[in-house]
Write a protein that binds this ligand. Structure first.
Ligand SMILES: [Fe+2]
Length: 284
């Protein structure tokens, strides 16, 4: 008998827990649609206590989008390149500052790509005994409540994005020639969601570089003002991780940020996939 998908809202401005199915077994089309509908309604889904291997996460993720290997080659899983290993320790068990700090601070994944990923899945494999939550913020709500004067300034504006944005020259997960090869791309500051039709704030605190038609100082002021609005606490919900949790989050209408407040001598490790829209052109 087919699984019966259960969706329970988590009580914040975004987020729902989805159960009643096994992600490691084949899902029929009706259940894939039920999960995707819940994703469009709640922006962030949690699948609790469903341990997966890298292969199982890849196959489950592929039901909801096209998978592509991440631009950061060093952290790809050797056997399953569509899966990134997110970890705070290197192969020798030493603290890896670059790996540990990726994902800390509000951002959206991959907007330095012309076709940026619709969603990300993150699966908890090992966790420290405290801290290290991931926070999410609802960018439909940020747009809907944007003060009128700021909304008028934001409408119609186009933003330039590149990896690490205004901090392009700082150390990160991509460096050297690979970083040099990555150019800039343009996205609207207010973006219509391709599936729901709703408008969302689409500025990216990490990867937005400047606004077309504004000087760098005017851009900085505008970006900082819009980002401060997007970071208001009333738009947020926070995931407290358990091993075996998988979170599927929106990159078209939500921000996320990892918290860097856990004991650094303890392993924190996740498997991650990036999901692109079906039928869209190949990434730049
Ligand atoms: Fe991220």
């Amino acid at each position: 008998m087919a699984a019966k998908i259960e969706v329970k809202k988590l009580g914040g401005p975004l987020g729902a827990e989805v159960g009643g199915f096994d992600p490691c077994k084949p899902l029929d089309a009706a259940n894939v649609k039920a999960i995707n509908d819940a994703f469009l309604d709640h922006l962030v889904l949690r699948f609790r206590d469903m341990p997966m291997t890298t292969v199982q996460l890849r196959d489950f993720s592929a039901r909801f989008g096209v998978l592509r290997p991440h631009v950061a080659k060093n952290y790809r899983d050797a056997a399953v390149p569509e899966v990134v290993i997110m970890t705070n320790q290197d192969a020798q068990g030493n603290y890896d500052k670059v790996g540990a700090e990726r994902g800390v601070g509000w951002h959206v994944d991959g907007t330095y790509l012309q076709e940026s990923p619709k969603a990300t899945m993150l699966h908890a494999v090992a966790l420290p005994d405290r801290g290290g939550n991931t926070a999410f913020a609802n960018m439909y709500m940020a747009y809907d409540t944007l003060p009128e004067a700021l909304k008028r300034r934001a409408e119609g504006k186009l933003a330039v994005h590149r990896l690490r944005g205004r901090k392009h020259h700082t150390q990160g997960i991509v460096g050297g020639d690979d970083l040099q090869k990555m150019g800039t791309v343009i996205h609207p500051v207010i973006r219509q969601h391709p599936e729901t039709g709703r408008k969302a704030l689409f500025i990216n605190p990490h990867h937005t570089l400047n606004i077309i038609g504004l000087s760098q100082s005017e851009s900085d002021e505008f970006i900082d003002e819009v980002c401060a609005w997007g970071a208001r606490p009333e738009f947020q919900w926070e995931q407290q991780w358990q091993v075996g949790d998988t979170i599927m989050w929106e990159n078209r209408c939500a921000w996320h940020s990892g918290r860097d407040d856990y004991p650094k001598n303890q392993l924190r490790k996740f498997f991650r996939t990036s999901l692109f829209e079906f039928g869209a052109a190949a990434a730049a």
